[in-house]
Ligand binder design. Structure first.
Ligand code: GDP
Ligand code: MG
Length: 181
């Protein structure tokens, strides 16, 4: 069976697993809610374990895609479970908060090490979230590129929607591309 066939279910959808990874409170749940439901909430409710949301989309060249989007809790207490949730991910959105340097620094330590537990190829995009709050500009794009080889590094806002849809669509295109190489 070809790789392309294996990535399509019997209704002709491409099926991909996307995981959101990063510190607690960087906006993982909010980005999903904005993208899937066009909703944003100011109050913070810590996620429990993992939640999976299915989102159907169509690329601009007419490919039908089903994303299973995994919202994975970032707190220390879920550390043991996370590598289980990560398995078979086709795409990773690695997220920090542009107003919180610690969440950026942790990309290079905690989160870098955790995603090494994913045992197959995946595409990765880096999102600097909360761009609506201003940007403290501690990011070093060269360092990020060197460490993570991301398909893109972009600034997003789950609050005003900046680049939110774009992030999911660009990641989806990057996941589709190797199937046609
Ligand atoms: P998670 O722990 O990574 O899932 O983070 P949440 O999505 O729960 O968000 C944590 C807090 O940050 C909540 O109070 C959200 O309202 C807020 N938040 C998330 N994204 C944004 C954003 O883009 N801009 C602003 N201003 N606040 C955000
Ligand atoms: Mg959450």
């Amino acid at each position: 069976m070809s790789t392309i066939m294996m990535k399509e279910d019997h209704f002709g959808f491409y099926v991909f697993k996307v995981i959101l990874v990063g510190d607690a409170a960087v906006g993982k749940t909010s980005l999903i809610n904005k993208y899937v439901f066009n909703q944003f909430a100011e109050d913070y409710k810590a996620s429990i374990g993992s939640n999976i949301i299915i989102k159907d989309l169509e690329t601009d060249d007419g490919k039908k895609v089903k994303l299973s989007i995994w919202d994975i809790a970032g707190q220390q207490k879920w550390e043991v479970m996370r590598p289980v949730y990560y398995q078979r991910a086709d795409g990773v959105l690695l997220i920090y908060d542009v107003t919180n340097k610690e969440s950026y620094d942790n990309l290079f330590t905690t989160w870098y090490h955790e995603i090494q537990t994913i045992h197959q190829d995946f595409k990765l995009m880096i999102l600097g979230n909360k761009s609506d709050k201003g940007d403290l500009k501690f990011e070093d794009e060269n360092a990020l590129n060197e460490k993570f080889n991301p398909i893109k590094i972009i600034k997003t806002s789950a609050k005003n929607g900046e680049n939110v849809e774009k992030a999911f669509i660009e990641l989806t295109k990057a996941m589709i591309a190797p199937l046609y190489e």
